[in-house]
Design a protein around this ligand. Structure first.
Ligand SMILES: *[C@@H]1O[C@H](CO)[C@@H](O)[C@H](O)[C@H]1NC(C)=O
Ligand SMILES: *[C@@H]1O[C@H](CO)[C@@H](O)[C@H](O)[C@H]1NC(C)=O
Length: 241
């Protein structure tokens, strides 16, 4: 009678339910293929040399099965150096030799980090996610590390800056341009005059200075920071570059 009373008490019922749910959830996580954790050594086995094993690739610590892209990721393929490892940095550096094949994002610009995050999205869309690589981006429990959160935040900042740059530059139309082997390069404005100007957000975005060609109207030509193309007349609509 007493036992029955305790069991039917709503508080006990809730406690039992919560405890059971937690146990089931834990069990599920452990056996969920999505949660498989790899060490770097384990991942290295799936580098495409053993034809009986799938080919796996890591990017930002997410591991994907890229076996269906064997012609690219298998031995002799153009992307073979990505197989069996996390070479996140090489997606933007293009450096596939030695230390270039690293997951270190040190000193990369926010646009570069943004590109790597976009590559990861590409793999989520195109290939099967199979687990996480324990190391720089995931801890031994499979939780994201500071490095991963930092990379994602940096990519988001890069995206914001790019939007801002686009909005800023839309205010001052870009020059038309063409290039041909025979005639070389040429920039021109349908209305206005071509000037070289600094792209102020470029340093923050890429770590490098960069200029673009924009078209200015006559009354704007005395603004600071406008550079006339070398060898081009002050009021010419077209300049050779
Ligand atoms: C590539 O994978 C094979 C087995 O699948 C392994 O024996 C070999 O050591 C791996 N290579 C590297 C460089 O890790
Ligand atoms: C690739 O990376 C390695 C190691 O950091 C470096 O020694 C080499 O100069 C780099 N190669 C290119 C082409 O950047």
């Amino acid at each position: 009678m007493v036992v029955k009373k305790i069991i039917s008490s709503p508080l006990v019922g809730i406690t039992v339910f919560v405890t059971l749910s937690a146990v089931i959830y834990r069990f599920y996580l452990k056996h969920d293929p999505q949660q498989r954790l790899f060490t770097a050594e384990e991942l290295a086995l799936y580098n495409g040399t053993d034809e009986s094993l799938p080919i796996l690739l890591g990017i930002l610590g997410s591991v994907f099965d890229v076996t269906k892209g064997k012609s690219h990721y298998g031995v002799g393929g153009g992307y073979h150096h990505f197989a069996g490892r996390d070479a996140s940095r090489a997606f933007v550096s293009g450096n596939f030799t030695g230390d270039g094949l690293t997951d270190s994002l040190r000193d990369l610009s926010s646009t570069d980090v943004k590109s790597i995050v976009e590559w990861r999205e590409f793999y989520f869309r195109s290939y099967k996610f199979v687990g996480k690589l324990v190391g720089r981006f995931y801890d031994s429990e499979g939780n994201p590390t500071k490095s991963l959160k930092g990379a994602e935040a940096k990519a988001a900042r890069g995206a914001q800056l790019l939007e801002k740059q686009k909005a800023e530059e839309a205010k001052q139309p870009s020059c038309n341009s063409r290039w041909s082997q025979d005639e070389g390069g040429e920039v021109w404005c349908d209305t206005g005059y071509p000037r070289l100007v600094q792209r102020p957000l470029e340093i923050a975005l890429t770590g490098k200075m960069s200029k673009r060609c924009a078209c200015f109207q006559k009354h704007q030509l005395d603004q600071a920071g406008l550079e006339v193309y070398e060898g081009c007349d002050y009021l010419s609509n077209t300049c050779r570059v």
